[in-house]
Design a protein around this ligand. Sequence first.
Ligand code: PEP
Ligand code: MN
Length: 336
Amino acid sequence: MIIQLEKNIDKTQKEKLFDKLTALKIDARLIKTNFREYIVGIPSGEFDLREIGNMPGIADIHRVSDSYKMVSRKWKLNNTVIDLGDGITIGNGELAIMAGPCAIESEEQIISIVNHLKKNNIRIMRGGVYKPRSSPYSFRGLGIEGLKLFHKHCSENGIKVITEVMQVSQVEPMLDYVDIFQVGARNSQNFSLLDVLGKTDKPVMIKRGISGTIDELLYSAEYVFSGGNEKIMLCERGIRTFERATRNTLDLSAIPILKDKTHLPVIVDPSHGVGIRNYVPPMALAGVMSGADGVIMEIHETPEKAFSDGPQSLYYPQAEKLYRQLRETKKLRDHF
Ligand code: PEP
Ligand code: MN
């Protein structure tokens, strides 16, 4: 059960409400987010909703049968829209395109990519400065200094930054230089990190774990929401299966399922999803037709020289063609 509290509920009304919930043997937790206050109640048996519904200070009350609550569409029918400022939003019906290198490699590279994005009217740039690498000897990112340069060039050009945060200690130093925190597949169930991101006011994109189920992804989002941050989006980036012809298996079916189960925006990552450059465009388009609110993809000025994920990074001309196709495909979807 979710109880949405009135914005002007007073202390006594709140206390009475909690007393009532205790009397009804409902385990109640207060959630304060960047927008509102809620109570999530887990009942231990049957109860009459009317006994609570008429109490003062309550704006809305819903039974939610899903075991995740705040991220469930059963409670909130309207899509969550994430406002990044400067007229850039995610989840409002327009297709959000985020593109950039796997890893930020140099200032020259940032400038080159920013110019490419501007030319194509792409308003969000991706790029890792903390890279989770399977081998500790691979390039692990430029760290906070790289992020500062990344953010400087983007903000000067009206572009928003999405970048991965790998651990709790990085959150605070990164805050001023990030527009969206990305939680990587390997950290999808790092609950301490999700808890801390719940205490920030920055949008968070949570990637599906390499062997994570759709429900597990929703529970991860519930951590951030119940921690206090409603600005969440989910990302399907492929899962590990027995198939070896691709890097991962992009689970397109997760997209309509997530759109059904949750009000949060859903992003598709065809780059990690398939892992092979020439198959990225068809999977990106399929992601849009499946209902994704946005696409995140890897591009590089010279992919053969990329420090990481070169084989799945698109050349600029390839990316430009794909942006056009994505926008056309989105229009086609809107006709359905
Ligand atoms: C990335 O976005 O570069 C990345 C490492 O993604 P994932 O966590 O999905 O592997
Ligand atoms: Mn990558």
